[in-house]
Design a binder for this molecule. Structure first.
Ligand code: E4P
Ligand code: PEP
Length: 360
């Protein structure tokens, strides 16, 4: 990992000068995307690695590589040390299963909340509500860079479109989450990315919004954006042909079983879209119980073994240790999620090895 820059990021506070934003107490300047990219740069070899990994993901999603894509890792990353220990373990496991599985690590630094809660490392790296977003952003880039430097493809959910230029050169797969799949801004953002994008079905379980999102993202768009120097610009987005649906269940009800999968594929075909699917084994598919992810994964593998070739990808929420914990600064358990409960490393390793054997 490069020398940490996150502590050196200076964000001067500007008192609110305007009556137009009467509820804003103050604001603080952030570094520009260029500043962070120069401080945590990609060298040629990492750039080539990420280009290869993006291509490999896209080959699976277009049916030209029959390996299983598995997006796996913590619900959110909050502790760089535990994140990198997880990355070291996943990188070693990845080598063992790579003939049949392409693992991509979740490095989720923004969390969409149902109401309120900790919004992720980019927002609050000190986990105490102090909201040092300049440091959070720098730490997020450092962490993604360090995971990529371990040879792993990096996945994240892009939630705040403004953050994309700080991070998108590091990403091999991007999620648009269940709460934002219907958002035009997120569809425009997806249309502008070089990495493949998975659109989650809505929290209600509605899959059609994700199919509509694929159509919207495949189109070129003119979008409001910020350039690498932080200037507002009109960005011409080319349209992204590498998108797919992620089935994550809805309103506590799963949608990974064979009849759900057949219905989603039929709807995708009907809309003229890529029928290949990712199943998120967590969230409503696991009825928010991390222990059920194994059951979901094994069911999906069985469907694939019985001929459902459109099931090309899975998502797992996994950390070093299982479960979750509340945020209590000074009393945190190492390697345990602070957002959704995750399966532990041993279960993860066992499941990925089982999947590789079954796919052999
Ligand atoms: O994946 C994470 C969560 O399910 C999502 O961020 C919503 O979390 P919340 O319902 O705890 O706010
Ligand atoms: C927030 C997530 O999922 P969803 O959008 O499906 O709730 C996630 O995968 O972290």
């Amino acid at each position: 990992m490069n020398a940490p820059i996150s502590s050196a990021v200076n964000c001067p506070v500007i008192p609110n000068p305007s009556i137009d934003t009467a509820f804003t107490a103050s604001s603080a300047r952030l570094p520009t995307p260029d500043t962070l990219r120069q401080r945590v740069p990609l060298n040629d070899s990492l750039r080539e690695q990420i280009a290869r990994q993006r291509h490999a993901v896209q080959q699976i999603l277009s049916g030209q590589d029959d390996r299983l894509l598995v997006v796996v890792g913590p619900c959110s990353v909050h502790d760089p040390k535990a994140t990198l220990e997880y990355a070291d373990r996943l990188a070693a496991l990845s080598e063992q299963v790579s003939e049949h599985i392409l693992p991509v690590m979740r490095v989720y630094i923004e969390k969409p909340r149902t109401t309120v809660g900790w919004k992720g490392l980019a927002y609050d790296p000190d986990l105490d509500g102090s909201g040092d977003m300049g440091r959070g952003l720098a730490l997020s880039r450092e962490l993604m860079h360090a995971v990529a430097a371990r040879g792993l493809p990096v996945a994240t959910e892009l939630l705040q479109p403004m953050l994309a230029p700080y991070l998108d050169d590091l990403l091999s797969w991007v999620a648009i989450g269940a709460r934002t799949t219907e958002s035009q801004l997120h569809r425009e953002l997806a249309s502008d990315l070089a990495a493949a994008v998975g659109f989650k079905n809505a929290t209600s379980g509605d899959v059609q919004v994700a199919i509509d999102a694929m159509e919207a993202a495949a189109h070129p768009h003119q979008r409001f954006a910020v350039d690498s120097q932080g200037h507002p610009i009109v960005q011409q987005a080319a349209g992204n042909p590498h998108t797919h649906v992620v089935l994550r269940g809805g309103h506590g009800e799963p949608n990974y079983q064979a009849h759900h999968v057949r219905a989603a594929i039929a709807a995708l075909r009907n809309a003229g879209q890529n029928p290949r699917l990712m199943v998120d084994c967590s969230h409503a598919n696991a009825r928010k119980d991390h222990r059920r992810q194994s059951e979901v994964m094994l069911d999906v593998l069985a469907q694939r073994q019985s001929g459902e070739a459109n099931l090309v990808a899975l998502m797992l929420e996994s950390h070093l240790f299982e479960g979750k914990q509340p945020l209590k600064p000074g009393a945190m358990r190492y390697g345990v999620s602070v957002t959704d409960a995750c399966m532990g490393w041993e279960t993860t390793e066992h499941l990925l090895k089982t999947a590789a054997e079954r796919l052999a």
